[in-house]
Design a binder for this molecule. Structure first.
Ligand code: 6PG
Length: 250
């Protein structure tokens, strides 16, 4: 990495979820005060589950603190499956958070990953983004916050090593074939992710320590480590790590 991003380390997974929830709430308050809305792209996988549960929990302040009717939910990526599939990132967010909060249905902008052709799902999502953000010609959609995870081989969203499709500079949403999982995925492209006001990685566990160290402090090789392609053009890049995931940072 050329410029070292902001790194915050929490003692454990619970403290990490708390730290992420506080940051989510801060960014939401800020965007809603400034623009009357907060557009966030959720990440999938397992790590963010505790964050989502905490945001929706009746035992936590976030449920009452955030103006949920002004929050618009998008996804950074989705598996090529229907929304009720156990693999669906939408289903995970729906079950852990969205179904428990007073969120208008129109504020949930899921990727239509049930479409037979993943490329059609990507094209449809690009249209969804265009209709919501309405950027000037040649401009990019600007998320207020993009949540990102990190895979053991350095992928983020569904940007995997060797994916050329997702690196097309003109595309907002791509549908790369992911050999590792022998399936198509739908993903926001690095260009869209990098135009967010804030990109925030959420990574936990000792099994991620090596890849965290390689991505943040290792040689710059975004083709092999797509997480290194996340370099906000003008926004902030924050890594929220638990102590185990940060254990190999020098
Ligand atoms: C997905 C995610 C993916 C995830 C990483 C980390 O669709 O799986 O978007 O990029 O964030 O694979 O996943 P874990 O949190 O499960 O380790």
């Amino acid at each position: 990495m050329v410029n070292r991003p902001e790194i915050r380390v929490a003692d454990d997974r619970e403290a990490l979820a708390q730290m992420a929830a506080e940051e989510f709430a801060l960014r939401a308050d800020e965007a809603i005060r400034a623009k009357g809305a907060f557009a966030v792209a959720l990440s999938g996988g397992s790590t963010p589950k505790e964050l989502y549960a905490r945001l929706a929990s009746e035992r936590q302040p976030f449920r009452d603190r955030i103006a949920w009717n002004k929050v618009h939910f998008f996804w950074g990526d989705e598996r090529h499956v229907p929304p009720d599939d156990p693999q669906s990132n939408f289903r995970m967010a729906q079950e852990t958070m969205l179904s428990k909060l007073p969120i208008p249905a129109d504020n949930i902008h899921r990727i239509l990953a049930e479409k037979a052709d993943a490329a059609d799902a990507a094209a449809a999502y690009e249209q969804t983004l265009r209709e919501f953000f309405r950027p000037p010609a040649g401009e990019w959609p600007r998320f207020d916050l993009v949540l990102l995870g990190l895979g053991p081989e350095g992928h983020t969203a569904s940007l995997f090593p060797g994916n050329t499709v997702a690196s097309d500079p003109s595309r907002w949403v791509a549908a790369p074939w992911v050999e590792k999982f022998h399936t198509y995925r739908i993903t926001l492209t690095p260009a869209v992710l990098n135009h967010a006001d804030q990109a925030m990685f959420l990574v936990a566990g000792a099994d991620k320590a090596e890849i965290v160290s390689e991505v943040i402090q290792g040689a710059d090789r975004p083709e092999e480590l797509p997480a290194q392609a996340i370099r906000p053009v003008s926004g902030r890049l924050i890594w929220l790590l638990d102590r185990a995931a940060a254990s190999k940072l020098s």
